[in-house]
Design a protein around this ligand. Structure first.
Ligand code: N01
Length: 532
C-alpha cells in the first residue's frame, strides 16, 4: 500500500541512503536522542549490496573485516560462511543488522530524494522526495554511496536490441537464467570479471567485449573455518589498534622495500599470489610510487595470465599494459582467466575493433556483428559524485552543488562542503573512502559526525559550515598527495575518467594519518569550520 507523503515534518536529521553508511548513521543519531528520517531509493537496506545482484557478486575484502566493528556482540554473533562473502550473504547481514537494531522504522523506502534546499533564515534543510515528502531537518547527512549510480555508455542503436539488456549494478532481483543463450558482456572491471565465469557456465556462447584489460588476482575463496575465525579474534585488538590508530588512511609501508635480488622479489610475488586477494598490492611499500617497481609486479601478473590462458594471442589481449598495477582498482576473481580456455567463450579486443553500434541482432564492431540473445553492461558507475549530483542540492544563497563542483568535487576532509552548511557527506571525495575498507571508513565518518552534532547541540549552535580557505587547502593537499603517486597515470573511475566530460580529478584521499587529522580538527573546536 502506498504510504501517505510526509508534509511539513520537522526532524533533527535526514539521512539519505540506507546502505552501511546510512544504517549506522541512523542508529547513532537515534541512540544520541536526535529525531531522524531516512530515505532510501531501494526497497530495503543494503545499498550497493541491494542493487548489485549480478552472478558472482562478492566482496573483495575478507568477510570478517567487512563487518561493522561498533558492536562486539554483533560481530561475534554473525557467522560468515566464506572467506569472501557473496552478495546474498552480505545483504542478509545488512538485513540482520536492520532487524536487530530496528532500523527500518526510521527509513522511508522506495523513495528518492529529488532536492534539498538550505533555508538560511532557519538554518535548516528542506528535503523533497519523489513521493511528495517535504521534510525539514537541521542536519542533512548524505550517505548515498560512492558506487551507486550505474552508468551504461550511450552506444548508438542500443534501444534497438531485440533481446534483454542488463546492468550489473541494477540486476533483476529475481535473477537471470542465461542457459542456452548467446550472451554478450561489455566491460571487464570488477563486475565483469566476477560475473563472466558464471555467465560462461550457463550461456551457450559468451562474447566478452574488452576495451581495457585489468589486473586481477585470484581470490582463493574458501569456506571460513573455525581456525581462521580464531586467528581473527586473536589479532582483533591489534587490528583495531591499526584501524583506530593515527595511520588510518591509505599509505605505503615504507619498511617494506623490495629486496635486492630478483629471486627474493619473485618469491614474494609467488607467496602473495598463492595467498590470493587484493593484499597482492601490499607487496612493496613503493609499488604505487615507483614505476620501475610497479612494472616488475605488473609483469609478474602478466606472466601468470600467460600461464593460465592457453591461447597466447588471447593471453596477450588479457594482459594489462596501459596502466600501472593498482592504479585502477585491482580485481579479485575466481577462475576469470581460465574462463577464456572454454570453447564457448570469445574475447573481442575493442582496441583493435571498436564497437560501432548495437543492432536488433547484437553488437556491431568495426569488423563484424556478434549475434546475441542477451547483453550485459558491466560498465561501472558515475563514482563518488554521481549520487550526490543527481540530487538538486542548493546551499547558502541558493548555490548549486553541481556548479560548485563543476571543475571537480571539493570537500573539506571529504566530510563537508563550503557553502553547504549543516550537510555532511559519508565517505565523500577527499576522504580515504573507496581506497580503504569502506566499512571502517564509514564508521569513522559516522562517529566523527555524531560527535560533532552532539557538541553542536551542547553548545546550542545551529550551523556549521566548512570554511572555503580550509577546504581549498585540503583539496590542494589531496591532489598533491595523489600527484606523488602513480594513480593519476590511469584513466580510472578514481579520476572520473570513465564518464565523458567529467572533470579529471583524483577523488579519494591517499595520504596517511587521515583519522588523526579529523580528530585534531574536532579537538581544536572544529578548526576549518565556521560555527554559528
Ligand atoms: O566498473 P569499472 P565495475 N565500451 O568502471 C568498460 C567496485 N566493485 O562495475 O576501462 C566498452 O571498473 C570499461 O572499460 P575502460 C570496485 O570498486 C567491487 O566493474 O573504460 N567498454 C571497464 O572495463 C570496482 O572498481 C566489487 O576502457 C566500456 C568496465 O566497462 C567498482 O565497483 C565488485 C565502455 C567498467 O569497469 C566498479 O567496478 C564489483 C564502452 N563504451 C564492483 N564503457 C567487489 O569485488 C565502459 N566500459 C567488492
Amino acid at each position: 500500500m502506498a504510504r501517505a507523503p510526509m508534509r511539513g515534518a520537522q526532524v533533527d536529521a535526514v539521512v539519505v541512503g540506507a546502505g552501511f553508511g546510512g544504517m549506522y548513521m541512523l542508529h547513532k543519531l537515534r541512540e544520541q536522542g536526535f529525531s531522524v528520517q531516512g530515505f532510501e531509493a531501494g526497497g530495503d537496506v543494503g545499498g550497493t549490496w541491494y542493487w548489485n545482484r549480478y552472478p558472482g557478486a562478492r566482496c573483495d575484502i575478507p568477510s570478517m573485516f567487512y563487518s561493522y566493528k561498533w558492536s562486539d556482540e554483533l560481530q561475534r554473533d554473525w557467522r560468515w560462511s566464506e572467506r569472501y562473502a557473496a552478495q546474498p550473504e552480505i545483504l542478509a547481514y545488512a538485513s540482520h543488522v536492520a532487524d536487530r537494531f530496528d532500523l527500518r522504522s526510521m527509513i522511508a523506502f522506495e523513495t528518492r530524494v529529488l532536492s534539498v534546499t538550505f533555508d538560511e533564515a532557519a538554518d535548516r534543510w528542506a528535503v523533497v522526495t519523489d513521493r511528495g515528502d517535504e521534510v525539514s531537518a537541521r542536519w542533512l547527512i548524505m550517505a548515498a554511496g560512492c558506487l551507486s549510480t550505474p552508468r551504461a555508455p550511450a552506444i548508438p542503436g542500443v534501444e534497438t536490441f531485440a533481446g534483454p539488456t542488463y546492468h550489473t549494478g541494477a540486476w533483476p532481483h529475481e535473477g537471470v537464467d542465461f542457459t542456452g543463450q548467446r550472451v554478450g558482456v561489455i566491460g571487464t572491471g570488477s563486475s565483469g570479471i566476477q560475473s563472466i565465469p558464471i555467465i560462461a557456465d550457463q550461456a551457450s556462447r559468451l562474447t566478452v567485449f574488452q576495451r581495457t584489460a585489468n589486473f586481477s588476482v585470484p581470490a582463493r575463496n574458501a569456506p571460513l573455518t573455525e581456525r581462521v575465525i580464531d586467528v581473527f579474534w586473536k589479532g582483533y585488538d591489534d587490528y583495531m589498534g591499526l584501524v583506530k590508530g593515527p595511520g588510518m588512511g591509505f599509505g605505503g609501508n615504507p619498511v617494506n622495500a623490495p629486496p635486492e635480488t630478483a629471486e627474493a622479489r619473485q618469491a614474494r610475488y609467488e607467496e602473495l599470489w598463492a595467498l590470493g586477494g587484493a593484499g597482492f598490492l601490499a607487496v612493496w611499500g613503493n609499488l604505487l610510487t615507483s614505476l620501475e617497481v610497479n612494472e616488475e609486479a605488473a609483469s609478474f601478473v602478466r606472466a601468470k595470465i600467460a600461464e593460465m590462458v592457453k591461447d597466447p594471442l588471447v593471453a596477450e589481449v588479457l594482459g594489462p599494459r596501459d596502466h600501472p598495477i593498482g592504479t585502477k582498482r585491482i580485481c579479485v576473481d575466481t577462475g576469470y582467466y581460465e574462463t577464456f580456455n572454454r570453447p564457448n567463450v570469445d574475447l573481442v579486443n575493442l582496441r583493435d575493433t571498436p564497437i560501432e553500434g548495437i543492432t536488433a541482432e547484437g553488437v556491431r564492431t568495426s569488423t563484424e556483428t556478434y549475434p546475441l540473445d542477451a547483453l550485459v553492461f558491466a560498465t561501472g558507475f558515475d563514482a563518488m559524485t554521481g549520487a550526490l549530483l543527481s540530487i538538486d542540492i542548493r546551499g547558502a544563497g541558493g548555490a548549486e552543488l553541481r556548479e560548485a563542483w563543476a571543475a571537480g568535487p571539493c570537500a573539506y576532509l571529504g566530510l563537508a562542503v563550503a557553502g553547504f552548511p549543516n550537510m555532511f557527506v559519508i565517505t565523500g571525495p577527499g576522504s580515504p573512502s573507496v581506497l580503504s575498507n569502506m566499512i571502517n571508513s564509514i564508521e569513522q565518518h559516522v562517529e566523527w559526525i555524531i560527535r560533532c552534532l552532539g557538541e553542536m547541540r551542547e553548545a546550542d549552535r545551529t550551523r556549521i559550515e566548512a570554511d572555503e580557505a580550509a577546504q581549498d587547502t585540503w583539496v590542494a593537499h589531496v591532489a598533491a598527495v595523489a600527484d606523488k603517486t602513480l594513480f593519476p597515470r590511469a584513466a580510472s573511475w578514481y579520476m572520473g575518467a570513465n564518464i565523458p566530460g567529467k572533470p579529471r580529478v583524483f577523488m579519494p584521499y591517499i595520504g596517511a594519518g587521515y583519522r588523526r587529522k579529523c580528530e585534531e580538527v574536532a579537538a581544536a573546536g572544529y578548526e576549518g569550520f565556521i560555527l554559528a
